[in-house]
Unconditional design. Structure first.
Length: 368
């Protein structure tokens, strides 16, 4: 936790961007070493201005940094840097990974497959229904949906995932996580914080510059095991996400469309380049099979059939990664009237059915 304090200080220093941060890491090492390091070493580097050297040479006190971080956390915003073990593993090794993330909710499970669904903003009803359908079917199969909370395909897919009890979805924003953009998606933005997270590499309060939305696409694909493109025009930002996925070694799936419909021109072009055709959920499950044990999801879905409604909701939330009972209660709170004592009763029932294990005091995970 102390290490994250220094990472937060470094990441929020005004005027210190990725290039300068990398230079500091080369000179000193991690954020704590940068904070306490001998700043006379900066004289030898042409990268830093006199203002930078003043900022770095006279940093805020640890108490002041801690106070800032606490005020942020009181607003429900968490910070996670590459220096933390909690940083998503899927993002660590992509080209140009973010140094840190701000988020509301819970970061994605490392043991749970995820698919990004992206596409056009100004799309027809049928395209939006296709996106919502895939969002629902992925959630039913225990697969998280990642997107950007934008109008059109993004929000349709995320609404679809939220329709399913226990369905998880993650919104990667081009603004700070305290800003819902567009504002009309406030209901999904709030629900996503209980059923996944809203995530951003930009500090709270950051407004959405156009370049931010293009840069966040590498995080959307990075958090995913594949990208599904629906109704993307030529030159669409969705194609940037697909390009990022290919660069990261991820699978790209395309829903083909009418060759006379310009809203499908970008996706159809990707098909010529070797992207995978998708006409139903099984195409995606088959594509993920090379990286994930789909039998795990199938078995989990089979188990859910014999459960009561409350049990299904709690069971859908759980994964192989342990969760504290308070987190489980919070995550299912919008689906059933689920207090901590009620959640304990449901978990005890699932334990009796040999579907979950208690792994430590008040921590639960699926039984393998």
């Amino acid at each position: 936790m102390e290490q994250e304090l220094f990472a937060y200080w470094l990441y929020t220093l005004r005027g210190i961007g990725a290039k300068k941060r990398h230079e500091l890491q080369q000179i000193y090492g991690n954020a704590e070493q940068i904070y306490y390091g001998d700043k006379t070493k900066l004289k030898e580097s042409p990268v830093f201005s006199e203002q930078d050297k003043t900022l770095l040479g006279k940093p805020e006190t640890v108490k002041e940094i801690k106070h800032k971080m606490q005020r942020m956390e009181q607003r429900g915003i968490r910070f996670c840097s590459q220096e933390s073990e909690a940083f998503p593993k899927k993002l660590r090794y992509i080209p140009d990974p973010p140094y840190a993330l701000f988020y509301r909710g819970m970061l994605p499970d490392t043991d749970r497959p995820a698919i990004a669904i992206v596409g056009g903003r100004n799309t027809g009803y049928e395209s939006r229904e296709i996106a919502a359908g895939f969002g629902r079917q992925l959630a039913e199969n225990g697969i998280a949906v990642v997107s950007g909370l934008a109008r059109g395909i993004d929000i349709s897919a995320q609404k679809g995932a939220l329709d399913i009890p226990g369905g998880k979805t993650y919104g990667v924003l081009g603004t700070g996580v305290d800003i819902c953009y567009p504002r009309e998606h406030i209901e999904q933005y709030m629900l996503m914080q209980r059923r996944g997270a809203v995530i951003s590499e930009y500090a709270p309060g950051s407004r959405g510059f156009r370049s931010n939305f293009a840069r966040r696409n590498r995080i959307i694909s990075g958090l995913s095991d594949g990208v599904l493109v629906i109704a993307a025009r030529e030159g669409s930002g969705s194609l940037i996400t697909a390009e990022c996925a290919l660069e990261q070694g991820k699978e790209v799936f395309i829903v083909p469309g009418n060759i006379l419909d310009p809203s499908y021109a970008g996706g159809n072009q990707l098909l010529k380049s070797g992207a995978a055709v998708v006409t139903d959920i099984q195409d995606i499950l088959d594509g993920l099979g090379a990286f994930w044990d789909i039998n795990y999801s199938a078995q989990k879905k089979k188990n859910e059939v014999m459960l009561e409604t409350a049990e299904k909701i709690v069971y859908a939330i759980l994964s192989l990664e342990p969760l504290h009972i308070s987190q489980i209660a919070q995550m299912c709170g919008l689906d059933i009237n689920c207090s901590v004592p009620q959640t304990m009763e449901v978990l005890a029932s699932l334990e009796q059915k040999k579907l979950v294990n208690m792994v430590g005091q008040h921590y639960y995970a699926l039984k393998i």
